[in-house]
Design a protein around this ligand. Structure first.
Ligand code: ATP
Ligand code: MG
Length: 411
C-alpha cells in the first residue's frame, strides 16, 4: 500500500513554518510498512485542495489530509474533499447536536461557522476529536481510503492513532520493525565504509544519515529476527562508537552514566556559550548530575569566573589547548563537580587566522586526576560548528565515563 499526504494551510506556506504533521505521519506509516509516495502542501482554497486530492488518488491507495477542518471561514478541506470525490456535503444532525452541547458546556457560542463542522461528504464516517471541536472523517471510495484530520498536531496525532491506525493495521497487517543506531566520534564515510558490505542483507533496508548529533544507521525489516541479526553485527563492529540503539540522545546517555556512577558535571563554555549546558539540562532529572556552568566569552571573565590564568591567555591566546584545560579544571573546582568540561574555539564566520582557522575548537575534560584534551577542526557554518562541538564534548565525556565504569567493574 502507498500513501499520499495533502497538507492544507496557507500559514504552512510561510517562511519558517515546518510541516511537522507530514514528518510524523510519514514515520507512523513507515512503521506499518506503508511508503509515502508524495506530499502536497496547498493553501486554504477548496479548488486547490480538490485538485491535490484528485492527484493523490491517482498516485496511492491511502490519502491523508491534515488541516482546514476547523470552524473558521478559511477551513475549507471539507469542501475540497467533497468536490474531489464528486459527493455532496451533508450535515449530520447527530454531530450538530453534539457540537452544540459541547460548545454550550464550555460557554462558547454556536453559530453557522461552528455548524459547518458537522458537514461531511456523503458516506464518510467521523473520527472523534478528543482535544478540540473539529471532528475528522474517513471514507472508502473507489478502492481508495481517504481520511481528513485537523491541522493542530495535538489533535491530529491521537485521532490518527484512534481513527486510522487500527484500520491500517487490519487491512495491511505488516508491522515493520525499526531500529536506529546512533554513532558519535566518527565521520559518515568511515561508518559507511565499515558497514557497506552489510547493506545488501536480505530483508533489511539500511540507510545512513549524518547530522550534528553524529551518524545514524536506520534499519527497517519485516521480520524481527532479520533486524536483530543485522543489528548485532553492526553493534559489534561499532563498539564504543555506538552510543544508542533505542532513540536516546547523547546528553541522555552521558547523564545516565553520570547518575549510575554517582558523579557530577560542570561546564565552562566560550564558543558554545551555554549550548552544552542547555543540552544537558534538556534531560529531565539532570539536576541530579549537572552542577552548573559558566559562559565565559570575554578573556577577563575566563580569568574571573573560570580560573584561567592571565599568563596562559597572554601566551597562548583564548583559543588554545592550555585555555581549554584551565577552563575545565577551573570550573570543576569552582563548581565542586567531579568532571569539568572546557570549550573554546573559533565558530566563525570571522575571527579565523592561519594558525587558528574558523572551525578550530579545543575541548578539555578534567576529572581531577586525568585531563584529556582534543583539538578538533570542523567544517560548516557557525551554528553547525557550535552544535558539533557540543556533540564532541559529550561524546568525550561518555567515553571517559564508560572507562570509569569498566574500571569500577574490574575492581
Ligand atoms: P482548528 O481550526 O480546529 O484548530 P484546523 O484543522 O483548521 O483545526 P488549521 O487551521 O489548518 O487546523 O491549523 C491550525 C494550526 O495547527 C496551525 O496554525 C499550525 O500551528 C498547526 N498546523 C497545521 N498544519 C500543520 C502541519 N502540517 N504541521 C505542523 N503544524 C500544523
Ligand atoms: Mg483552522
Amino acid at each position: 500500500m502507498r500513501a499520499e499526504l495533502v497538507i492544507v494551510g496557507s500559514e504552512m506556506l510561510r517562511f519558517g513554518r515546518r510541516d511537522t504533521n507530514a514528518d510524523w505521519l510519514i514515520e507512523q506509516l513507515e512503521r506499518l510498512g506503508i511508503e509515502t509516495s508524495g506530499r502536497t502542501l496547498v493553501r486554504d482554497d477548496p479548488a486547490r485542495i480538490a485538485a491535490a486530492v484528485r492527484y493523490a488518488m491517482e498516485q496511492a491507495e491511502l490519502i491523508i489530509i491534515t488541516g482546514g477542518l476547523g470552524p473558521t471561514e478559511d477551513d475549507r478541506s471539507r469542501d475540497g474533499l467533497a468536490a474531489a470525490l464528486g459527493l455532496p456535503l451533508e450535515s449530520d444532525s447527530e454531530m450538530l447536536e453534539r457540537l452544540r452541547l459541547l460548545l454550550l458546556s464550555r460557554g462558547r457560542p454556536f453559530g453557522d461557522n461552528q455548524a459547518q463542522q458537522a458537514l461531511r461528504p456523503r458516506g464518510a464516517a467521523w473520527i472523534d476529536n478528543p482535544v478540540g471541536t473539529a471532528p475528522g472523517m474517513i471514507l472508502a471510495h473507489r478502492d481508495r481510503l481517504l481520511a481528513a484530520l485537523p491541522g493542530v498536531p495535538e489533535e491530529m496525532k491521537p485521532m490518527f492513532r484512534a481513527g486510522l491506525l487500527p484500520r491500517l493495521e487490519n487491512s495491511h497487517g505488516r508491522a515493520f520493525h525499526k531500529r536506529t543506531l546512533k554513532v558519535a566520534g566518527r565521520t559518515e564515510p568511515s561508518v559507511d565504509e565499515q558497514m557497506k558490505d552489510l547493506y545488501a542483507t536480505p530483508g533489511v533496508e539500511v540507510t545512513i544519515l549524518s547530522g550534528s548529533e553524529g551518524i545514524e544507521l536506520h534499519l527497517v525489516a519485516e521480520l524481527a529476527e532479520s533486524l536483530e541479526r543485522l543489528e548485532a553485527l553492526m553493534c559489534e563492529r561499532l563498539g564504543r562508537d555506538l552510543y544508542s540503539r533505542d532513540d536516546r540522545t547523547l546528553p541522555a546517555v552521558a547523564g545516565e552514566l553520570l547518575l549510575e556512577l554517582g558523579k557530577s558535571l560542570a561546564t565552562a563554555e566560550s564558543c558554545t556559550a551555554g549550548m552544552l549546558a542547555a543540552a544537558v539540562t534538556d534531560i529531565p532529572g539532570s539536576s541530579a548530575w549537572f552542577r552548573g556552568g559558566v559562559v565565559v566569552y570575554s578573556d577577563d571573565l575566563k580569568i574571573k569566573l573560570a580560573g584561567v590564568r592571565e599568563e596562559t591567555l597572554a601566551a597562548r591566546g583564548a583559543v588554545s589547548e592550555e585555555v581549554a584545560r584551565e577552563l575545565a579544571a577551573g570550573v570543576r573546582t569552582c563548581c565542586g563537580a567531579d568532571y569539568g568540561i572546557g570549550i573554546t574555539g573559533v565558530a566563525g564566520p570571522g575571527g579565523g587566522s592561519e594558525d587558528k582557522p574558523v572551525g578550530l575548537v579545543h575541548i578539555a575534560l578534567d576529572d581531577g586526576e586525568d585531563a584529556g584534551h582534543w583539538r578538533i577542526l570542523q567544517f560548516g557554518d557557525r551554528h553547525l560548528v557550535r552544535r558539533r562541538s557540543v556533540t564532541a564534548a559529550l561524546d568525550r565525556l561518555r567515553r571517559r565515563l564508560l572507562d570509569a565504569r569498566d574500571r569500577r567493574g574490574a575492581q
